[in-house]
Design a protein around this ligand. Structure first.
Ligand code: SAM
Length: 440
């Protein structure tokens, strides 16, 4: 039936502040609780940051006499209250409305949330759940194709400060509309669950969807994050926009990225230097990155600095591997700039730690993942997995900690990646890794 009715298939679900009914045909996945807890926490920190930036801009305008009053909210924000200058959020693919209800009840500094879904049954369930949770003041249920809704919201006064895309599988068909309907400096939250494609099982499908050739590598989870970021950046660049990743997480069977989208034609010129091709040896699996572009700041004779954009020379797919002589596979381009913002991660950890313990169902896991993220070498893309390195040299497995300390003693930096527990992220050249292992 199309009419919303309680049926034997309905389940009552309680997740943190929200209590919802998930009907038989409406999508609900309990495993995504971590994703929702993380998103609520990120939005709280982001809301504070955005409102602070807006307050500062408004104060400057008042001082310069451009506007009479800044009409801005005070800094002590409360969840559940409506703020006229707060965040305008679109949950484009909302299903039961659970995520939107949690944003309404748990994120401070919200103006309004559009909880949208294409399915009539889903939108009826959103309506019921919104009423049941008494958040009609903040949430407007909407039944529309997400693309149409976003394309109709590309005018300045209609832009969203936050767009959450949580589709089945690949998010790519929604990205063109999303980067256009997001406000300058707004936050895009994107989930992708098509991990087999991103991990290189069908490179032709990944190229068609994400514009990137994936490689079957041990670091496939971070590679997947970088493929998605590359794709969002290229969509943004078409409209004179560029992305600033705040946090990029690989968890369970999906990846989730949180990126700000800014407007600047000038900054788009730097985009080429944030992407790289990846060369992977078909014998020992050593990888090398080759930036698509490089940036040089030259000082001219008159003392004026000038930025030059160049195409670098570097490893070539035709060249054999310097370590074992095999040929290379070539993949990419991927996003090779940092995937997290260090300052944002610090604030986020603080915010999660400040919460009463167990306020979030997955709080301990969140703390654990974010602690590893904070330690990650932000400027070193991808990682090796020690078991695989040992396997290439037919060595017995070596304890990760001992290998890490060998690298540290040799004067290099090393960290784990949150995406794999046996990972070795290091700025040591591959020759050093192989030398250490050969002497083991
Ligand atoms: N965000 C939800 C959560 O946290 O529970 C789960 C969303 S579920 C994975 C995907 C939803 O997208 C489904 O409810 C489906 O009806 C909806 N959907 C699929 N295509 C759509 C489209 N073009 N426009 C709007 N909604 C769509």
């Amino acid at each position: 039936t199309n009419n919303y009715q309680r049926s034997a298939l309905d389940r009552v679900i309680k997740e943190q502040s929200a209590e919802i009914v998930a009907g038989g045909s409406v999508f609900y996945n309990p495993v995504q609780e971590f994703n929702r807890d993380l998103s609520v926490s990120v939005l709280n920190v982001f809301a504070r940051r955005l409102l602070k930036e807006r307050n500062a801009a408004a104060k400057k305008n008042v001082k310069e006499g451009n506007i009479e009053t800044n009409n801005i909210e005070d800094n002590a924000l409360t969840a559940g209250q409506k703020y006229e200058n707060g965040l305008r959020i679109l949950e484009a693919l909302s299903a039961t409305g659970l995520r939107s209800i949690r944003y309404a009840k748990e994120v401070a500094g919200v103006r309004e949330i559009i909880a949208n879904d294409l399915s009539k049954a889903a939108v009826e369930s959103i309506g019921e759940n919104v009423k049941h949770n008494k958040v009609e003041n903040l949430i407007e249920p909407s039944q529309s194709d997400a693309l149409t809704l976003m394309y109709l919201s590309t005018g300045n006064d209609k832009h969203f400060d936050v767009i959450d895309l949580d589709p089945y599988g690949c998010p790519n068909r929604f990205l063109d509309a999303a980067v256009q309907s997001i406000a300058n400096g707004g936050l895009l939250l994107v989930t992708a669950t098509d991990m087999a494609v991103l991990a290189g099982n069908t490179p032709e499908a990944c190229y068609a969807k994400y514009g990137c050739v994936p490689l079957r590598m041990k670091c496939c989870h971070e590679m997947a994050l970088r493929i998605l970021l590359h794709s969002i950046e290229t969509h943004a660049n078409r409209y004179g926009k560029y992305i600033e990743p705040l946090l990029s997480i690989s968890a369970d069977f999906y990846i989730r990225v949180f990126v700000r989208v800014h407007v600047s034609q000038a900054k788009c010129k730097y985009s080429m230097s944030k992407q790289s091709m990846v060369f992977q040896c078909t014998g020992c699996e050593t990888f090398t990155l080759q930036q698509l572009g490089n940036v040089k700041v030259n000082t001219t004779d008159k003392g004026k600095s000038q930025t030059k954009f160049g195409i670098p020379t570097g490893p070539n797919v035709g060249m054999n591997c310097e370590h074992c002589g095999h040929k290379h596979h070539m993949g990419g381009p991927i996003w090779s700039y940092p995937i997290h913002d260090q300052e944002f991660v610090k604030e986020l950890i603080q915010a999660v730690n400040d919460k009463p313990l167990c306020e979030l169902g997955t709080q301990r896991r969140l703390q654990g993942v974010l602690a590893v993220v904070q330690e990650e070498l932000f400027d070193v893309p991808l990682y090796y997995v020690l078991d695989k390195l040992c396997c290439v040299l037919k060595l017995e497995n070596i304890p990760v900690l001992k290998f890490r300390s060998a690298l540290l003693h040799a004067g290099y930096r090393v960290s784990f990646s949150h995406a794999s527990k046996n990972s070795i992220k290091t700025d040591a050249p591959a020759t050093v890794l192989w030398d250490i292992l050969r002497c083991w």
